[in-house]
Design a protein around this ligand. Structure first.
Ligand SMILES: Nc1ncnc2c1ncn2[C@@H]1O[C@H](COP(=O)(O)OP(=O)(O)OP(=O)(O)O)[C@@H](O)[C@H]1O
Length: 228
């Protein structure tokens, strides 16, 4: 495993305002993820886990502090540049698959490559290969509604991984699955991450899922505490 830092945040603070009231979610967070590392972020409901993941993915902006991804400081990028960085370096997996319903599994997985200007034939080949790796080679033309819950999450993982991103940001990726399916989807995610040396930052309530990660953090009362 290389020691290079893929994602780093320093002194990160976020609050929301509700009328006159300021709701501080967290303050002064420092956190970094090296190439190939896997990290679980745990914490009670409402502690700010999803908010942190949104900031790391450039989907929301911090009130203070810096986020650096692959050497690029998010606050210095335009919206377009942030979109490019997301497309090139990050992959996202959510609790609900967020596959586009009118497109097949293959088309959904090709999408990030096409957005990144990969030629259509090459995109089709790469998407087919990764769908084979996640065990969906006989589901290529199925639309999301024609897939099981576990299959949809496998397709969502394939879509997140197809660009070989530096880091995957996953928000409760197995939160909507039964225990057995969740376990096989997690094993698949970890397997692919190992093969591609992708870093993984995963938000979860589930201690069993967190135990599969190399490091664990707890978000509590606005602070991020390193547990392991
Ligand atoms: N856009 C917003 N405006 C105001 N408050 C918000 C906004 N987004 C989130 N919050 C508040 O910030 C807090 C943290 O929310 P967040 O979704 O990050 O928590 P979480 O730890 O991911 O919770 P859960 O485990 O239940 O998903 C919550 O109290 C939530 O109500």
């Amino acid at each position: 495993m290389s020691d290079s830092v893929v994602l780093k945040c320093e002194n990160l603070s976020k609050f929301f305002t509700d009328g006159q009231r300021k709701i501080q979610i967290f303050e002064g967070l420092d956190f970094q993820v090296k190439a190939g590392e896997s990290v679980a972020i745990m914490g009670a409901s409402g502690s700010g886990k999803s908010t942190l993941l949104h900031l790391l993915g450039g989907l929301d902006t911090a009130n203070a502090g810096d986020i650096n991804i692959q050497g690029q400081q998010l606050s210095k990028l335009s919206g377009r540049q942030r979109g490019l960085l997301r497309n090139q370096h990050l992959g996202f997996v959510y609790q609900f698959h967020h596959l586009l319903p009118e497109f097949s599994a293959l088309e959904n997985v090709m999408m990030p490559l096409l957005i990144g200007k990969t030629a259509k034939a090459a995109a089709k080949q790469q998407a087919t290969e990764i769908l084979q790796q996640v065990g969906l080679s006989d589901r290529l033309t199925h639309r999301p509604a024609q897939l099981s819950g576990g299959e949809r999450q496998r397709a969502a993982i394939a879509r997140a991984m197809v660009t070989s991103p530096a880091c995957i940001l996953a928000d409760e990726p197995t939160g909507n699955l039964d225990e057995k399916t969740a376990s096989s989807v997690m094993d698949l995610l970890i397997n692919l991450k190992e093969q591609l040396n992708t870093s993984l930052v995963l938000v979860t309530h589930d201690q069993k899922v967190a135990d599969k990660m190399q490091h664990q953090y707890l978000l509590q009362q606005g602070a991020l505490i390193k547990l392991s």
